[in-house]
Design a binder for this molecule. Structure first.
Ligand code: AHR
Length: 328
């Protein structure tokens, strides 16, 4: 059993030290051996990406000999906050949080800091005001993902003299990927001087069902004639939208070009089928890297405030060759 000490909280890299060394803690009393006890408040199971992310983290924790207390918060912040409070009560060695939205974390993060339990963000981030209350974040650079999508759109529609008409399916309202994928995308369109119009932009909550429903509303409200591009913040919403487009008698990928973010097998298959035109990868398989970060934090090593995971982009010339490589 080890007693943890909060060595300091600051704007940069933080140090969380152990007063004894030689392995992880077992403060909860229900673990054992040398492994750490890690509480993980996951967003939910809303997408293939999320399922793959959970599997990657669970497998990595097991391989590293740590006990992972896993909570699926079903996309509800209240459930994540309750999970974090439960982890604090259990005196876990570290808390991993994938915050469903960016705001509203100050109180519970302060409670974790007061209990001297380090919080590591996985995947999504929190608002800047709370940055001193967690140690580090490992995950995607969502703004960069948006910029990649924007760069392709700006190049593809550069000669569109009439102005490019865009529909946007945003992720969960208030989430880091929804906020940043949007800002990064339009930042590049503006920087490149693309003549464009956002015909409509609404949240599909990162699910296929809601993506389809929102696309049906778009079609009812605006029709599809003259719409050039659908920018879907993840695969599920894009795939749901494709169904709605086909049911409206249009050809996805031709009558309307489509960008999706994630790069699941289903997303790539849609690309091979000609229904998706560009894929920005979001990589969920960072479980091993996360365990390294958690161990470093618990050991009191200095860690970067943010570590991005590696991600690529794929156009129609690459879909077929890449499909067999997709892991989720
Ligand atoms: O936070 C990452 C995003 O969350 C993925 O793009 C999406 O599929 C998931 O729901």
């Amino acid at each position: 059993m080890f007693k943890k000490a909060l060595a300091g909280i600051g704007a940069g890299a933080l140090l969380f030290g152990l007063t004894a060394c030689g392995g992880g803690g077992d403060d909860s009393g229900d673990g054992g051996g040398d492994g750490l006890v890690i509480g993980f408040a996951q967003v939910g199971a809303e997408s293939a990406w999320r399922t793959a992310n959970s599997a990657s983290i669970q497998a990595a924790a097991e391989a590293a000999g740590h006990e992972l207390k896993f909570v699926d918060a079903q996309q509800e912040q209240e459930k994540q906050i309750a999970a974090v409070r439960d982890f604090i009560t259990q005196q876990v060695d570290a808390i991993v949080l994938a915050p469903v939205v960016e705001t509203g974390w100050t109180d519970v993060l302060q409670e974790a800091a007061d209990a001297e339990i380090p919080v590591i963000l996985a995947d999504r981030g929190v608002e800047a005001a709370d940055e001193d209350l967690y140690v580090t974040r490992l995950g995607s650079d969502f703004a960069e993902e948006g910029r990649k999508a924007g760069a392709w759109a700006a190049e593809t529609f550069a000669d569109d003299a009439d102005g490019t008409k865009i529909l946007e399916l945003q992720g969960t309202t208030g989430s880091a990927p929804a906020n940043d994928r949007k800002s990064g995308f339009f930042e590049v369109l503006d920087a490149e001087g693309l003549n464009y119009e956002i015909v409509d932009s609404q949240s599909g909550n990162f699910t296929a069902e809601e993506g389809k429903a929102v696309m049906e509303t778009f079609i009812t409200t605006h029709g599809l004639d003259g719409i050039d591009l659908l920018y879907a913040h993840n695969d599920e919403m894009g795939l749901g939208a494709i169904q709605a487009i086909e049911e409206a008698g249009k050809v996805p990928g031709q009558d309307i070009q489509i960008i999706i973010v994630d790069g699941s097998k289903a997303g790539f298959q849609a690309g091979v089928d000609g229904k998706v035109n560009y894929i920005v990868e979001c990589n969920p398989a960072f479980g091993d890297q996360l365990m390294d970060v958690v161990e470093s934090v618990v050991n009191g090593d200095e860690v970067e405030k943010f570590t991005p995971v590696e991600e690529g982009v794929f156009d129609a010339t690459q879909f077929e060759a890449e499909l067999p490589n997709r892991q989720f």
